[in-house]
Design a protein around this ligand. Structure first.
Ligand SMILES: [Zn+2]
Length: 445
């Protein structure tokens, strides 16, 4: 992944820096409305403008309230401009990643490919209960199934496990028992290559997360504990082996580096393990690994991208405090230890100060960092975090596309994808409809 050297936005003409601009925005939101229950409050932001096309490729389109349906407007309870912004975003994402490609899938992944669009449509269905969203989602997953049939990748975010798991969940929602059975059989046929890494995007942790996703959405024991146990054993054994050479109980390598972040490192692996049934000594190793990272964080409060690195540059879900915050919130929920909830709060402050990135997406953009505040809001009930989430989301809706068209923000290497582009922004805005239930896609269950 390639990141700009200075990845944080600053807006000196508008405020002293990006944070004070957002602080003003959060204060505005706080002062105007205290009901933290829907994106309605997003539309209270000043100058929430209709979205221009960021890449100047799509001609203007007209969506009237009649074409949307007044029942949806009533359900969403949002002001028309806010609703249209999100709806138009969803329209562009589907058009670019599916319609304009002749409904053929080259990249099937959730990360940058068609499955990410299907996941967005599943979220749209969950919010609107519109069966058309579910049907289109199902159609895209079927194409992803064909495209990934010979894939050797095994994870939820970048591999075939994501296709089969999402396919099964969609089939359950459509009531198609035959298709549900098909996707579950396909999932169980996935074989993890011996040389697979252990991290989330391409490794065993990413496969385990897919198992947890199925058990949550289809039912407990859809994937039996005994099946996951053998993989957990491999993950623990490998982590202890490398951990013995240092001071951290569990440690892993990916491409020769001992990463700490959510995408390739400790944060993501610990996150997936915390959804497993662990033995007492394994629980202690997971806790010890998290404590090691907390005790060895950077002086700024941010977390290094890898073991031994003193580089304090990245504040992303993939590398840095945002991914750690989500993992520490999970640890606080699972273990109930105050040290983890306090460390999560501390990491969240880093994201508030430095997380207004020059990209829009989920992996290393403002959309992903918005989930830090939603997660802290869920953990603490402190509305300050909700206002911060709204400030980031407002900023995205209000400013991101103009800034991209002006070249001040990066549109993403895959500009409509879920993890790198506008698909992630649309997903985040849909999650703001019910912030209490918002979950980082492919990470929080
Ligand atoms: Zn990233």
């Amino acid at each position: 992944m390639d990141f700009p050297a200075n990845s944080t936005l600053h807006f000196s003409p508008l405020a002293a820096d990006g944070r004070s601009l957002l602080s003003e925005r959060a204060a505005t939101l706080r002062g105007r409305d205290h009901r933290p229950n829907s994106i309605t409050r997003l539309s209270h932001c000043p100058s929430l403008s209709p979205l221009p096309n960021p890449l100047h490729k799509v001609p203007s389109i007209c969506i009237s309230p009649q074409t949307i349906g007044t029942h949806k407007l009533h359900f969403w309870g949002v002001r028309i401009s806010g609703f249209l912004s999100i709806y138009v975003l969803r329209f562009w994402v589907v058009r670019d990643t599916w319609g304009s490609r002749g409904k053929r899938v080259k990249d099937y992944s959730l990360y940058t490919g068609a499955l990410g669009t299907a996941y967005l449509l599943f979220k749209a269905y969950q919010v609107t209960k519109d069966g058309n969203e579910l049907n289109l989602c199902s159609e895209i997953v079927k194409a992803c199934d064909s495209a990934s049939a010979d894939s050797g990748k095994v994870t939820f975010i970048c591999g075939r496990a994501g296709v089969c798991a999402l396919g099964a969940v969609i089939a359950k929602h459509t009531g198609d028992e035959r298709l549900l059975d098909y996707y579950l059989r396909q999932f169980k046929e996935i074989a993890i290559p011996r040389e697979s890494p252990y991290e989330l995007l391409y490794g065993r942790a990413g496969y385990l997360w897919a198992c947890s996703f199925l058990n949550k959405h289809i039912g407990n024991n859809t994937i039996p504990t005994t099946h996951m146990r053998s993989i957990v054993d491999e993950v623990i054994m490998a982590g202890r082996h490398l951990g013995r050479k240092g001071r951290c109980p569990l440690m892993y390598e990916w491409h020769g580096k001992k990463y700490w972040g959510a995408a390739h490192g400790l944060a993501g692996i610990m996150h997936a393990l915390m959804d497993m049934e662990l033995k007492p000594d394994e629980v202690e190793d997971v806790k010890g690994t998290l404590r090691y990272m907390i005790n060895n964080r950077l002086p700024s409060g941010n977390y290094p991208s890898s073991e031994g690195s003193e580089n304090d540059r990245l504040v992303h879900w993939c590398h840095g405090a945002p991914g750690l915050t989500l993992t520490l919130v999970k640890a606080a929920e699972v273990f109930g230890d105050k040290e983890f909830s306090q460390a999560a709060v501390d990491a969240g402050e880093v994201v508030w100060k430095r997380g207004l990135l020059k990209r829009v997406g989920i992996c290393h953009g403002i959309s992903g960092n918005t989930y830090v505040f939603l997660s802290l809001y869920r953990m603490t009930g402190n509305e300050e975090y909700l206002y911060r989430a709204k400030a980031f989301a407002c900023f995205l809706l209000d400013r991101a596309q103009n800034l991209i068209s002006e070249g001040k923000m990066h549109g993403g290497d895959r500009p409509y994808s879920l993890f790198e582009g506008l698909g992630g922004m649309a997903y985040t805005c849909l999650d703001m409809v019910d912030p209490q239930m918002a979950k980082f896609p492919g990470y929080e269950l």
